[in-house]
Design a binder for this molecule. Structure first.
Ligand code: BG6
Length: 512
């Protein structure tokens, strides 16, 4: 088995225990809390990255006592723990949890919280530091922060900090994202706001930066002279599950592109930052988002594709069409698939197309970035069929496989010059093993230590929306006539293949 020598990388935060603090979770009885947040906090505790002076206050509508809230958490944790549980550590964690019940839009809830916080703070010696996690429906985000601020809970005094983590969706389009930013920035400062994008919590996404900037051999060829195009695919096998109500008002474009996919593009395309300080990294990411060529109305028609899944077969079983899913109107025109071709107007990337696609009910769950290099000149291999002359591709596998592979041509043994395609593969698990992870550990820990590098700044969120806004407008003005236009279990509508074929290229599909 392969193994790596892991060098202590000189960044400011590796191994640092989070500051003493109280985490207040709005939406405590919801899915995110039980599936991700609690297991992530426990994992941090077991990696000794959580301060011993830490406590959680859950806020939710259900009237629960502290004891009832703890037993609910314990019950859920049996299902969602990501690894082996140390009973003593878990008991110690559980007793740090308390609960405040109330509606998010009721002033009394914030008065109760204001009363509870100093007591919990004193009991757990958390130094007055507090971060609020808004795991609620997005319509509450602005209002909760205003109300917290009104009762004085966002004020940073006597050397303590106050922060707020805001989940997605951050706005519904450019105008609403701007309005939410303004609403927040009226009462708190940018430095207190941690806009989360869970894609940045994925190790393999963070590894894009290490891969590009910690290795000398890739950066010199990471540009228009050597790269033919880039493909980013975020394929999902699931349908809308129980989220029909939310999803039908959002659609694949809003749900995935301005946030997760823009993060992937900016990390792959950005210039090297001058340091790993939060603003140094985010400045470079923001520059890329601003350099993406805006879509004209014609571009929307020729460079974007939308789709909606019909019924079909997944893993040998038949699955319903999107329009038959719970919470979805039978005549819904919401897209569950999107593909587009973007250009980045800067020196490094001029005329290198970035193709992206994401969709539900595709044949494999697979997120990856394909960097396709320019072809070698053909003349030496005139006798070789062109399909055997595949250009080099570097694939960054984000999930579920986590690794990197490089495809290149090699001679097939034998008397004649025949070419075969071979791969050089690196898999994370082979080298580093697997640590229990929900994807939220790093992000929670970063908030506890005040490192906002992996969180979105106001300008980045707005830049992401600026890119998709013209597409939303044109799509709204011209409702689709052919939905559903792809069967579940296929790689989306044929127009997505045509988008590439028109340029003489094709998607690389990974089924699993
Ligand atoms: C969420 C979207 O942000 O990301 C979901 O709302 C999507 O629709 C999910 O399924 C994908 O995340 P992951 O980590 O499973 O790739």
């Amino acid at each position: 088995m392969a193994h790596a020598e892991v060098l202590p990388v000189a960044t400011k935060r590796i191994g640092k225990v989070g500051d003493p603090c109280v985490m207040v979770i709005f939406g405590f009885t919801g899915d995110l809390t039980r599936r991700k947040l609690i297991p992530a906090l426990y994992n941090l505790a077991s990696q000794k990255l959580l301060s011993k002076e830490f406590a959680v206050i859950g806020v939710g509508r259900n009237p629960l006592s502290d004891e009832e809230a703890r037993s609910k958490v314990a019950e859920d944790f049996k299902k969602f723990a990501t690894g082996k549980v140390d009973p003593a550590l878990w008991e110690d964690f559980l007793r740090r949890i308390s609960y405040v019940s109330g509606d998010f839009d009721d002033a009394a809830t914030y008065d109760k919280l204001k009363e509870a916080l100093p007591k919990i703070d004193q009991e757990h010696h958390s130094h007055g530091n507090v971060f609020f996690y808004l795991a609620t429906a997005s319509k509450y985000f602005g209002d909760i922060v205003e109300r917290l601020s009104k009762v004085g809970l966002m004020a940073e005094e006597n050397g303590h900090w106050r922060r707020v983590i805001i989940e997605k969706p951050f706005g519904h389009d450019l105008d609403t994202a701007k309005a939410l930013n303004q609403q927040l920035l009226k009462v708190i400062s940018e430095r207190q706001i941690y806009r989360i994008d869970h894609y940045l919590g994925k190790e393999t996404v963070q590894n894009i930066l290490a891969f590009r900037f910690a290795n000398g051999i890739f950066e010199p060829i990471w540009n228009r002279r050597y790269i033919d195009h880039v493909q980013i695919s975020v394929a999902e096998t699931v349908g809308v599950e129980q989220r029909g109500d939310y999803y039908d008002g959002a659609g694949a474009l809003r749900d995935m592109v301005p946030n997760h996919i823009m993060q992937l593009i900016s990390l792959c395309a950005m210039e090297p930052p001058i340091s790993f300080e939060a603003n140094a990294v985010r400045d470079e990411q923001a520059k890329i988002l601003h350099a993406i060529q805006p879509f004209s109305n014609e571009d929307v028609l020729s460079k974007t594709v939308r789709g909606q899944y019909g019924e079909g077969m997944m893993d040998g079983s038949s699955v319903p069409a999107y329009r038959s899913e719970e919470g979805v109107p039978p005549d819904s025109r919401t897209e569950t698939f999107v593909a587009m071709r973007l250009l980045i107007d800067n020196w490094r990337w001029a005329s290198v197309p970035f193709y992206l696609r994401t969709g539900k009910r595709l044949p494999g769950r697979n997120t990856h970035v394909v960097i396709q290099f320019r072809r070698a000149p053909f003349m030496l291999f005139r006798e070789t069929p062109v399909e055997n002359m595949m250009p080099n591709q570097l694939v960054l596998h984000i999930q579920p496989e986590e690794g990197i592979s490089l495809r290149f041509a090699a001679k097939v043994p034998g008397p004649s010059m025949q070419l075969g395609e071979v791969n050089m593969d690196f898999e994370y698990a082979d080298y580093f093993g697997q640590t229990p992870n929900t994807g939220y550990e790093r992000l929670l820990h970063d908030c506890m230590t005040g490192d906002a590098t992996l969180f979105q700044r106001a300008d980045m969120v707005e830049a992401g929306w600026s890119i998709v806004n013209p597409v939303l407008d044109v799509w709204k003005a011209l409702p689709p006539r052919d939905f559903p236009n792809y069967a579940s279990g296929t790689w989306g509508p044929k127009e997505a293949d045509e988008l590439m074929e028109r340029d003489g290229r094709r998607w690389r599909n990974f089924d699993n």
